[in-house]
Design a protein around this ligand. Structure first.
Ligand SMILES: Nc1ncnc2c1ncn2[C@@H]1O[C@H](COP(=O)(O)OP(=O)(O)O)[C@@H](O)[C@H]1O
Ligand SMILES: [Mg+2]
Length: 285
């Protein structure tokens, strides 16, 4: 499966993308020449420490942050603005307008993008709400729901749009551990049913291994793509297993060995400076 995919044209091509923010005081480089391809049906995870540019990359794919260098293409077409073919699910629980009911929240982008009329939008909303287990909450308002339920609404709203690619930015990071695990399980079950293409951002190695079939590892600030790992063999039930732990450790080394290398180089430089100083001292004496 994975081997067959690689010969195909990627659905999403992130090609040498550098992202920068300009503030009045300085320019912040968030990512440096990041390239990766996502194929149809992939669950591609961007994994890296906080501040390495994951959200920036996702926002750039969504069309909100233009690349300073490089290009992003979706189905061969350059991304230069947001569009209904890319829908983002965020971490925050307040991504649902509170004055709309759950069903209205799911219907809203369908109506706003003129994808469907009211009746069809309502039907599609009910369909996807049932898929995330919220059929009984369609007429509730978001503030009456738990964090996990709100994220289910956000997922139903995204899936109902049937985007070409679903973008998720640490969608479960603010949930308690048990709910988070259940949400990962439900996301994988939804993927089994709909086979959507997913670009998923996380800073958790375990979550990356469970959710992804491929993982792109980003080095710390500014983010560069350090390596790609195949993780299709891992799921919720391999957590704690030997192969899972070994891969998690390998990823940890890949993410942080660069910094270890920097420390070693800094120590070498410091030692060299000390011995130079000692030489000078000896000569002076
Ligand atoms: N709007 C912004 N203005 C200035 N700097 C920003 C902005 N958004 C993000 N950054 C900076 O860009 C870098 C990457 O941020 P981000 O993409 O949010 O990382 P991550 O999602 O991996 O934690 C960080 O150094 C962050 O401070
Ligand atoms: Mg982020």
């Amino acid at each position: 499966m994975d081997g067959a995919n690689t010969s195909a044209t990627p659905l999403l091509a992130v090609d040498g993308v550098s992202l920068e923010y300009r503030t009045p005081e300085r320019i912040v480089r968030a990512t440096h020449r990041v390239s990766f391809d996502v194929f149809a049906g992939d669950r591609y995870v961007l994994l890296g420490a906080s501040g390495c540019g994951k959200s920036s990359l996702l926002k750039s794919v969504a069309g909100f942050v233009p690349p300073r260098e490089g290009e992003i293409r979706l189905a061969g077409k350059k991304v230069d603005q947001p569009g209904p073919d890319r829908i983002v699910v965020f971490q925050e629980f307040d991504q649902l307008p509170p004055w709309k009911t759950v069903r209205e929240n799911v219907m809203f982008p369908l109506l706003a993008s003129r994808k469907l009329g009211r009746k069809e939008a309502a039907e599609r909303a009910s369909h996807y709400l049932a898929k995330v287990g919220l059929a009984d909450f369609a007429d509730a308002h978001p503030h009456t729901l738990s964090g996990g339920m709100k994220q289910r609404v956000a997922i139903a709203r995204a899936l109902a749009m049937q985007p070409q690619i679903l973008l998720m930015d640490e969608p479960f990071a603010a949930l308690d551990a048990l709910t988070r695990r259940r949400m990962q399980e439900e996301l994988l079950a939804l993927w089994d049913e709909f086979r959507f293409t997913l670009l998923f951002v996380t800073h958790s190695i375990e979550e990356a291994l469970v959710v992804g079939n491929r993982i792109g590892l980003l080095s710390p600030h500014p983010g560069r793509l350090r390596a790609e790992i195949n993780s299709h063999q891992f799921g919720l039930h391999s957590q704690g297993g030997v192969a899972f732990q070994e891969t998690a450790q390998r990823i940890h080394r890949l993410l942080f060995e660069h910094e270890a290398g920097d420390v070693a180089r800094a120590q070498d430089a410091a030692n060299a400076a000390l011995s130079d100083a000692a030489d000078l001292h000896r000569r002076a004496a």
